[in-house]
Ligand binder design. Structure first.
Ligand code: SF4
Length: 608
C-alpha cells in the first residue's frame, strides 16, 4: 500500500520521563496494516523548551488546569482577561511555579508569547505536507495544545486532514470539538485498535467515513455525523508490541534538565473488573470501556522480555486501571520464580492479602496505586468500594513492611457521611504515621462519566456546574457542560466543611513528617518469649515489652483478627485478655476497628 506517511502527535502538557503509550501502541497498529508512521513526542520538545521542572509541575493536574491554560491563547486567542485567572488561582499557580524557582508571571509569558511561538516553530520547522494526515492522541491535559497545533497546521496546509482520538473522547466531548473547531476533520471515539487502520485508509484516500465505527466527521453538507463508538477490543493479546524508539532517540538527543531512570508504560488490561459489578461512585475512568479485558500472562512476560532487552530498562509502569487477579500468581509468581530484577507498578484493589503482596513483591511489584479512599467502612460502602477501613489499614501496613510504595488518596464528602466518619479519621490517622501517607485528602468529585455525574439525583449531588477554570480555557461558544471533565455541585446530606478540618490538618502533618530525614516509626522485634515495641511516631521514643501470652496475642493480631477469634484463642482468662487488649489499644499499638484487632507495629525482621 503506497500512501504517504502518517504523523502521530502527542502534545504537552505531559511528563517528560514516561513515553506516550498511545504513540507506542498506535504506531505498530498502523504499521501492521502497511502504513509508515512518524511519531512526534512534542511534549518532550516542550519540556526541553521550558525546562523539565516546570514541565513536570504543569503536567500534574491542578485545580487551575495550568497545563491547559498556557495553550489557550495559541488555541483560541484571548478567552478571558488573564488577570482574572491569575488572581483567582494565585495560590495554585505559586505552588506550581515554586519548584522551578519562578513566579506565576512566567505562566502568563508562556501563554501569551512562548507557547504561540512554540506552535509557530513546530509548524515552520517541519514539512507537514508530506503526511497523509496528522493524528493527535489526547489524554489528560493535552486538549488545548493539540487544538492549537491542529489549528496552525490547518492554516498553513488547508487540505491536510486532522484526526483526533484518545481516551478523552466519548461522543459528548467529541461533538463539542467538532462543533467549534472546524480545523479538526475527524474525532475517533472508542478503542482504535480495530478501526484505526480502516479510518487511516479512508482519510488518506479522501474517502467518505460513513458507516465506519468510531468516526465522528462532517458530511458533504457540513453536518457532523457519527457512526457510534468503536467497539472495545476484546482480545488484548491482539495488540502489537509497543514501540518506544522515537521517544528514546529524542530523549537522548534533547537537552533535558533531568534524565532519571527510564520507566516504560505497559498496558496489560483495559476496563475494570470491579467497576463492572460496582462502579465506584466518584470514578470517571473507563466510561463506555468498563468491560474488563486482559492480556494472557504469557504475553505480558513476552512483552517484558522484549522491552527490557530492546530498551535496557527494568522499570515498567502498567497503565491499567486495575490488576488482573490472575497476574498475582501467573505473572508475578513466574517473575519471582525466575528471580528477575524487574520493577513494576500496578493499580490494585485494596483487598489484596499479605500473602499476595509478599509473593508479588518477590516478583517485582515495587509500587502500587490502591483505591484506599477512606478508613471508614461506612464511607467505603457509600462510595461502593465495599471493603473495610481495617482492610485498608492492613494494606498500608503490609505494603510498608514489604517496601512497596503506596500511592493512594483519601476522599471525603460523600452524601450520607456523618460527623462520626470524620471523627473516626481524626482518631485513626495519628496511629498510622509510620505508614506511607496519602497524596492528600480531598473532597470527592463528580467527574464526567462517574455515577456522581451520571446520576446526580440518586447520588444527591444537586446541580452540577463545570468548574470555573473552564471559562478561562474555552471561548463562550463552547458549551462547558459538554466539554468539561470536572464539575462543582450542590450536594446535600454531608456534614459541614469544618467537620473535616482536624483530619485534613492531620494528613498535612503526616505528609510533612514523612519529609523528615527521620520518618515516624513503630517497630517490633521478637526475642524468645517476648515482643518489644519501639514507638517513634510522635517525636520521642516510647518502648514497650510484651511477654509470653501478651506477646503471642500481639503477634496473633499481625493480620486483623475478629473479636471472636481472639476470644477463642486467648479467652480462657477473660479479665486478663480484656485488660491486655485495653492496654495495647490505649497505647495505640493495636487498632480496634470494624470489630477486629490489628497490631500496628512493623516487624523489624523483613523475612516473615
Ligand atoms: S475507582 Fe478503580 S476500582 Fe473503582 S471503578 Fe474506577 S477503576 Fe474500578
Amino acid at each position: 500500500m503506497a500512501t504517504a506517511p502518517i504523523a502521530l502527535v502527542s502534545m504537552p502538557s505531559l511528563r517528560d520521563d514516561i513515553p506516550s503509550f498511545q504513540l507506542a501502541l498506535l504506531k505498530p497498529t498502523l504499521e501492521q496494516a502497511g502504513y509508515t508512521v512518524v511519531p512526534h513526542s512534542v511534549f518532550l520538545h516542550f519540556s526541553s523548551f521550558i525546562g523539565s521542572t516546570l514541565n513536570q509541575a504543569l503536567a500534574e493536574v491542578h485545580m487551575s488546569l495550568a497545563g491547559e491554560w498556557i495553550w489557550s491563547r495559541a488555541a483560541f486567542g484571548e478567552v478571558k482577561p488573564s488577570h482574572e485567572y491569575l488572581s483567582r488561582f494565585h495560590h495554585d499557580l505559586v505552588s506550581i511555579c515554586e519548584p522551578a524557582g519562578v513566579g506565576p508571571e512566567v505562566l502568563l509569558e508562556l501563554r501569551d508569547e512562548r507557547c504561540p511561538q512554540f506552535i509557530e516553530r513546530l509548524v515552520e520547522d517541519h514539512d507537514w505536507s508530506q503526511y497523509a494526515f496528522v493524528g493527535f492522541t489526547v489524554v489528560f491535559q493535552q486538549m488545548l495544545a493539540s487544538l492549537a497545533l491542529a489549528k496552525a497546521l490547518k492554516r498553513k496546509y488547508p487540505t491536510l486532514p486532522i484526526v483526533f482520538g484518545g481516551a478523552t473522547f466519548e461522543d459528548d466531548i467529541a461533538a463539542e470539538v467538532m462543533a467549534h473547531c472546524p480545523f479538526v476533520d475527524v474525532v475517533h471515539c472508542g478503542d482504535a485498535d480495530q478501526t484505526l487502520p480502516e479510518l487511516a485508509r479512508r482519510v488518506a484516500k479522501r474517502l467518505p467515513l460513513d458507516g465506519l465505527p468510531g468516526a465522528m466527521f462532517r458530511g458533504p453538507d457540513g453536518a457532523v455525523r457519527f457512526n457510534g463508538r468503536a467497539p472495545n477490543l476484546e482480545q488484548m493479546d491482539l495488540t502489537p508490541m509497543p514501540d518506544f524508539d522515537e521517544f528514546i532517540a529524542l530523549r537522548d538527543d534533547l537537552e533535558l534538565e533531568r534524565k532519571g531512570a527510564l520507566m516504560l508504560p505497559i498496558e496489560t488490561a483495559r476496563g475494570c473488573w470491579y467497576g463492572m459489578k460496582n462502579h465506584c461512585t466518584f470514578c470517571g475512568l473507563n466510561r463506555q470501556g468498563m468491560a474488563f479485558r486482559s492480556k494472557s500472562p504469557a504475553q505480558v512476560l513476552e512483552m517484558l522480555k522484549h522491552l527490557s532487552r530492546r530498551y535496557g530498562t527494568r522499570h515498567f509502569n502498567a497503565i491499567d486501571n486495575i490488576l488482573a487477579p490472575e497476574y498475582a500468581e501467573a505473572l508475578f509468581g513466574v517473575l519471582a520464580e525466575a528471580k528477575t530484577d524487574l520493577e513494576l507498578h500496578y493499580e490494585i484493589r485494596p483487598t489484596v492479602s499479605r500473602a499476595q503482596l509478599r509473593s508479588m513483591r518477590r516478583g517485582g511489584l515495587i509500587s502500587v496505586q490502591p483505591g484506599v479512599e477512606s478508613f471508614s467502612t461506612h464511607v467505603l460502602t457509600l462510595m461502593k468500594k465495599f471493603t473495610t477501613g481495617i482492610k485498608n489499614v492492613e494494606l498500608l501496613k503490609w505494603t510498608a513492611y514489604f517496601q512497596i510504595s503506596n500511592a493512594y488518596n483519601l476522599l471525603y464528602g460523600f452524601p450520607g457521611e456523618t460527623v462520626d466518619d470524620a471523627k473516626l479519621h481524626a482518631k485513626v490517622i495519628p496511629q498510622l504515621f509510620h505508614y506511607q501517607p496519602p497524596y492528600g485528602m480531598v473532597k470527592a468529585r463528580p467527574d464526567r462519566g462517574s455515577p456522581m455525574y451520571e446520576k446526580p439525583v440518586e447520588q444527591k449531588m444537586g446541580t452540577l456546574v463545570p468548574v470555573a477554570v473552564y471559562q478561562h480555557l474555552y471561548p463562550p461558544e463552547f458549551d462547558l457542560n459538554k466539554i468539561s471533565y470536572y464539575f462543582d455541585d450542590t450536594r446535600t446530606d454531608v456534614p459541614p466543611r469544618e467537620t473535616y478540618d482536624e483530619s485534613l490538618a492531620l494528613v498535612e502533618e503526616w505528609t510533612e513528617r514523612w519529609k523528615d530525614s527521620e520518618r515516624p516509626s513503630l517497630t517490633s522485634f521478637k526475642t524468645p518469649g517476648s515482643l518489644s515495641i519501639h514507638d517513634e511516631r510522635h517525636g520521642r521514643r516510647v518502648a514497650t515489652r510484651f511477654d509470653d501470652r501478651a506477646a503471642e496475642l500481639y503477634e496473633f493480631c499481625a493480620d486483623a483478627r475478629r473479636t471472636v477469634d481472639v476470644v477463642e484463642q486467648f479467652g480462657a482468662d477473660r479479665p486478663w485478655l480484656d485488660a491486655t487488649l485495653e492496654e495495647m489499644i490505649e497505647k495505640q499499638l493495636l487498632l480496634e476497628l470494624d470489630g477486629r484487632y490489628l497490631a500496628l507495629a512493623l516487624p523489624v525482621n523483613p523475612h516473615h
